[in-house]
Design a protein around this ligand. Structure first.
Ligand SMILES: CC(C)=CCC/C(C)=C/CC/C(C)=C/CC/C(C)=C/COP(=O)(O)OP(=O)(O)O
Length: 229
């Protein structure tokens, strides 16, 4: 299994050096010559896949954050050089990258909170063990999948934290080039709504899948975007 990831890593270097193997590689190879894309986030993402193969529990939020960085924060960092910062922006590049990183983390945390039941059925718990214990919960409670007040309270804290990352991300959206702003803004609003949907399901993320009616809300946000930008 890890052999496959090692091969991906080799292939990644080849792509960055202009040696693509297939048409997907060619598209990426083309992008990395046109835009100032760094290879590190790509390598980090592969590292995240390796981590996911050997780890199915996270002791604390620091450990979970690192995983979220590897598998999603990296996507934010990969996107900024392609999307571009608005020429009229006065924000520092660092602050825009920070916002992009925050959006990746927020999305991943949301994904994790939405998929608690699905992950548990595969024996995986992507939640900070110390925070579970502090809330009086254990893996057993997650595997049994009962929505109790302890679980609701725990979930409230997790949702609050995910929203903080979305708030952090929001600050960077208006600094992006004008063509990139609205799709990023729309995806932020849509993904953040999954958290509202978990609340609307009374925190039952064991057997109910939180979702947002994409077509309807996309149309809504398209209109909103026209006003905003
Ligand atoms: C905010 C600024 C300044 C820039 C934007 C930078 C970007 C594009 C950030 C977004 C990064 C991103 C899309 C990360 C991926 C996160 C994620 C959890 C993807 C989920 O993937 P799947 O598991 O396939 O999702 P579904 O299960 O919902 O299909």
């Amino acid at each position: 299994m890890c052999g496959a990831l090692d091969r991906w890593e080799q292939r990644l270097s080849d792509v960055f050096e202009g040696r693509p193997y297939d048409m997907y590689d060619a598209a990426l190879s083309d992008a990395v010559t046109k835009y100032p894309v760094d290879i590190q986030p790509f390598k980090d993402m592969i590292e995240g896949m390796r981590l996911d193969l050997r780890k199915s529990r996270y002791n604390n939020f620091d450990e979970l954050y690192l995983y979220c960085y590897y598998v999603a924060g990296t996507v934010g960092l990969m996107s900024v050089p392609v999307m571009g910062i608005a020429p009229e922006s006065k924000a520092s590049a660092e602050s825009v990258y920070n916002a992009a990183l925050a959006l990746g983390i927020a999305n991943q945390l949301t994904n994790i909170l939405r998929d608690v039941g699905e992950d548990a059925r595969r024996g995986r718990v992507y939640l900070p063990q110390d925070e579970l214990a502090k809330a009086g919960l254990s893996d057993e409670d997650i595997f049994s999948g009962r929505v109790t007040d302890k679980w609701r309270n725990f979930m409230k804290g997790q949702i609050r934290r995910a929203r903080m990352f979305f708030d952090e991300a929001e600050k960077g959206v208006s600094e992006l080039s004008s063509a990139s702003r609205w799709p990023v803004w729309a995806s932020l609003l849509l993904y953040r709504q999954i958290l509202d949907s978990i609340e609307a399901n009374d925190y039952n993320n064991f057997t109910k899948r939180a979702y947002v009616e994409k077509l309807r809300s996309s149309y809504h946000y398209l209109l909103l975007m026209e006003e905003q930008f």
